[in-house]
Design a protein around this ligand. Structure first.
Ligand SMILES: *Cc1c(COP(=O)(O)O)cnc(C)c1O
Length: 382
């Protein structure tokens, strides 16, 4: 046979068919599509004999991430999405359609609040936001067309811990799906599916990934619900890329060790801040789980603290409008995550210009405390 020309070799040379090398780490299947060597094999995909056809429909890296998170949540199945919000949208559209209504907690993550309040209108889904500390208020907001209760296990930025059992009870009583965002707690602290929550969602951008280098989401639940959610992800183009799936899965391996350390550091920082005279109020939850209370600490500084001086005095602690990386960072809810809220909405949940949210990292606890203390002291005007 004639030797192939340069142009053809440029496209076809390489390891070609010998691809099974038993690498320890999962390879990154950085491919948009999978190949078939016969029509029978192609038909086999549609018969369920081979799992992959086209990456938007499914990819080994995406599945590996989703299955791993599902395993940690003790849920039968999971699907990954291009962001936390993508996973939330896929989950909501799994249980609510045109004409339906959602009852959601009023202290949701800003992006989720916007999604539910504004974007769901395009799908003909309406929503009511209520204070989820008040069980009667939740029940009072339920309408004949309500299909879903939506909340977060630990809220942002005041770290209110949701009454999961209470929500499950209301869901049963009114035959509603209950969906919860477990981003702040992670399955290391809480596994809401095991308590009867139908859909559990994560912004894997946060603790699952853990290194602030990806945007990703994962949704877990029953086989039946996740099958429907997967259709939403596939058909609405919300799939996660193979490389980001790979990074998230890589991050997930150290979730337990990171959360253990970060929660311990957070507890120590919260204990310290509680006693500092520049701090009016410290928000750090109690009794979240036997594994700890999470790694987020929020504070309201006193009138004597010059806020811009505080933020400029943080040294190695960066101002970062996100959370959950291995580095300790601070964010300013008024200026970022809750910026889009009206003044009324802000004051209703207690956001003001003195609130600071700290995402505690894996560094040496004493160094974190020392740096935060120095920033407050530098900014104290008397
Ligand atoms: C960040 C975050 C989201 C949104 O996730 P993205 O990955 O940014 O889309 C949703 N819920 C919570 C609690 C978050 O912290």
């Amino acid at each position: 046979m004639k030797e192939r020309s340069f142009r053809t070799k440029a496209v076809h040379s390489g390891l070609a068919e010998q691809r099974n090398f038993k690498s320890k780490a999962t390879p990154i299947y950085q491919t948009s599509v999978f190949s078939f060597s016969s029509l029978e094999e192609l038909e086999g995909y549609f018969e369920g004999e081979t799992p992959y056809l086209y990456t938007r429909n499914g990819n080994p890296n995406t599945d590996e991430l989703a299955k791993a998170v599902a395993a940690l949540e003790e849920a039968p199945d999971g699907v990954a999405a291009s962001s936390g919000l993508g996973a939330i949208l896929a989950g909501i559209l799994t249980v609510a359609q045109n004409g339906d209504h959602v009852v959601a907690a009023s202290d949701l993550y800003g992006g989720t609040y916007h999604l539910i309040k504004e974007e769901l209108q395009a799908f003909g889904i309406t929503a009511s936001f209520v204070d989820f500390r008040d069980q009667q208020a939740i029940e009072a907001a339920i309408q004949p067309n309500t299909k879903l209760l939506y909340s977060e296990t630990i809220s942002n930025p005041f770290l209110r811990v949701e009454n999961i059992e209470g929500l499950v009870e209301i869901g049963k009583k009114y035959n509603l799906a209950v969906m919860i965002d477990n981003t702040f707690a992670t399955p290391y602290l809480l596994q809401p599916f095991t308590k009867g929550i139908d859909l559990v969602v994560h912004s894997a951008t946060k603790y699952i990934g853990g290194h602030s280098d990806i945007t990703a989401g994962v949704l877990v639940g029953s086989k039946e619900l996740i099958e429907k959610s997967r259709s939403r992800v596939v058909n609405m183009g919300m799939n996660l890329s193979p490389f980001e799936s790979w990074l998230a899965y890589r991050g997930l391996k150290t979730l337990a060790i990171r959360m253990e350390r970060q929660a311990k550091n957070a507890q120590e920082l919260a204990d310290f801040l509680q006693k500092h005279n520049g701090v009016k109020k410290t928000y750090y939850p109690k009794y979240v789980s036997e594994q700890g209370n999470g790694a987020m600490v929020s504070i309201e500084l006193t009138e004597e603290v010059n806020m811009s001086q505080f933020f400029s005095s943080l040294g190695w602690i960066k101002i970062v409008p996100s959370l959950a990386g291995v580095e300790t960072t601070v964010s300013y809810p008024l200026g970022t995550s809750h910026r889009a809220l009206t003044d009324e909405e802000k004051s209703a949940i207690g956001i003001n210009e003195r609130v600071v949210r700290i995402s505690v990292g894996i560094e040496e606890s004493a160094d974190i405390i020392q740096q935060v203390e120095q920033a407050i002291n530098d900014a104290l005007t008397r």
